[in-house]
Design a protein. Structure first.
Length: 209
């Protein structure tokens, strides 16, 4: 790599590092999720199914997830979903563009910073944007629910594979370990996985528009 290329990458890395947004006055306190048993008294299966998915949506629509499911092919940052700085694009493989891949800033793990306006730089070995077909930002919960169920848009996954993805995928799991300075998603990965499993078992019904 020539000196100019190195300077571009270094500059991009620096810009990324100084611009990752953090939530103000972040604490480690967890936001709870209701367990599937909390909805057992809802006698109507459709209503119970909708209630389960709505509870799971506390995670699905959380900024830790929504930032990687942007309305266009550009990621967002922070709890306010502001534009990524430096400007980034998913590229052909959802890992950034040639010369400026996501890994220019995002390593295999979260990295704490010293003497910086941010507490940490997020990282994971599989860091990437969700595919365009699974863009969630700007969509209603009924629309997102239909995306979950549509094999043509969810990567060809069956409902059981969707549940496995939510409950076990390590990149999804990053949302509960987002690094210093960021609030984790509500509950735990296992808990939202249990909600999705119960949603499927009750008919996988979606909220009405």
């Amino acid at each position: 790599m020539n000196a100019h290329r190195w300077s571009v990458v270094a500059l991009a890395g620096f810009a990324c590092c100084v611009a990752v947004s953090t939530a103000a006055d972040v604490s480690a306190q967890e936001v709870p999720l209701k367990p599937p048993s909390a909805f057992a008294t809802i006698g109507d299966a459709r209503a119970r199914s909708v209630a389960l998915f709505t509870e799971a949506a506390k995670v699905i629509q959380n900024p830790r997830c929504m930032n990687c499911h942007p309305a266009n092919r550009q990621p967002t940052q922070g709890d306010d979903l502001h534009a990524h700085i430096p400007p980034m694009h998913a590229g052909p493989g959802d890992h950034g563009v040639p010369g400026l891949p996501c890994k220019s800033c995002h390593g295999d793990t979260n990295v704490a910073t010293l003497g910086s306006s941010i507490a940490s730089i997020p990282g994971h070995s599989h860091w990437a944007l969700a595919p365009a077909s699974m863009a969630w930002q700007g969509k209603s919960l009924p629309e997102i629910c239909l995306q979950f169920k549509d094999g043509a848009r969810n990567g060809g996954r069956s409902l059981s594979k969707i549940q496995e993805h939510v409950a076990k995928d390590p990149l999804v799991g990053w949302a509960w370990h987002p690094g210093e300075g960021r609030l984790p998603a509500p509950g735990t990965q296992a808990q939202v996985g249990a909600l999705i499993e119960a949603w499927i078992s009750s008919g996988a019904h979606c909220p009405q528009s």
